[in-house]
Write a protein that binds this ligand. Structure first.
Ligand code: 7PM
Length: 276
């Protein structure tokens, strides 16, 4: 069991992705009406998701931002619809303090921030809201992050960043037991960097905090397999299995059913005491 205070889930847990952006790369525009949000949420519940991650700001490489009002207009109705169909914990994928406050007020149990609470006022908002927080590593900003990212040692640099953000959260009054950390696959990393991170997840448990990873359908899998985004499910499941075998607590995924089934196998073998 993973206990983050406002959020308790069995591990490994699958976080189902519910994007409410018109431009998200693999499911853009598909889940925008209340009815389609409801159907997608019901499907993820049936398939065994443990958390539903709602995001209204595309962080696609090369993308700009959206206004706070635009983001609120996208995510608040979606939170209401998901709330109406399930008691599963909701995570809000946002970097904006105003959206964090509104979402937590509507019942979101987790803030999933690809900027790791670096925006003005984000640390204070998270401290005041007392929800769980996912701190993700990104090198640069979405618009430019894939322009030739360079690292000396990507694993230690990402781990150091995450450790520093955990420390900043603690200094801002956030209970460290609410924090999870995420290396941010695809956010300012080459395919080689992403593979190196996936091979060394245990070293990324900054300050001993639990890990969340999101690799589902990402371009590193396209590079490895030659497949388009909608054909990356098997590769995504393989990556989820590799992550879970290294003890990752939360896997963020589009294909909930396939991921849940695969992780049941990992879980059974790990419970049998094998060191994978
Ligand atoms: C375009 C590129 C659209 C990438 C969407 C994405 C993560 C996340 C995202 C992650 C956490 C996607 C990403 N990725 N939050 N939000 N970790 N914590 O594949 O890896 O959905 S957006």
């Amino acid at each position: 069991m993973l206990d983050l205070g406002s959020l308790r889930v069995p591990v490994p847990a699958v976080m189902g992705i519910l994007n409410v952006t018109p431009d998200s790369f693999s499911d853009g525009g598909h889940f925008l009406t209340p009815d389609s949000v409801r159907r997608q949420a019901e499907k993820m519940v049936r398939e065994g998701a443990a958390i539903i991650d709602i995001g209204g700001e595309s962080t696609r490489p090369g993308s700009g931002g959206v206004s706070e009002q635009e983001e609120l207009d996208r995510v608040m109705p979606a939170i209401e619809v998901v709330r109406a169909v399930t008691d599963l914990p909701i995570s809000i994928d946002t970097s904006k303090p105003g959206v964090m406050r509104a979402a937590a007020g509507a019942g979101a149990a987790m803030i999933n921030d690809v900027y790791a609470l670096q925006a003005d006022g984000a640390l204070a908002a998270a401290a005041e809201l007392r929800v769980a927080v996912c701190l993700m590593h990104m090198r640069g900003a979405p618009r430019t992050m894939q322009d030739n990212p360079e690292y000396g040692d990507v694993v230690s640099e990402v781990a150091d960043f995450l450790g520093a953000r955990v420390d900043a959260c603690i200094a801002a009054g956030i209970d460290s037991r609410r924090l999870v950390v995420d290396p941010g696959f695809g956010f300012g990393k080459t395919p080689g960097h992403n593979v190196e991170l996936l091979a060394n997840l245990r070293q990324l448990r900054a300050r001993g905090r639990p890990l969340l990873v999101g690799i589902s359908r990402k371009s590193m899998l396209g590079v490895l397999t030659g497949k388009a985004t909608d054909e990356r499910m098997p590769a995504s499941v393989a990556a989820a299995v590799l992550a879970a075998a290294q003890g990752v607590e939360i896997i963020r995924a589009h294909d909930v059913q396939a991921t849940v089934d695969a992780l049941k196998v990992v879980q059974a073998v790990m419970a049998a005491g094998r060191n994978l």
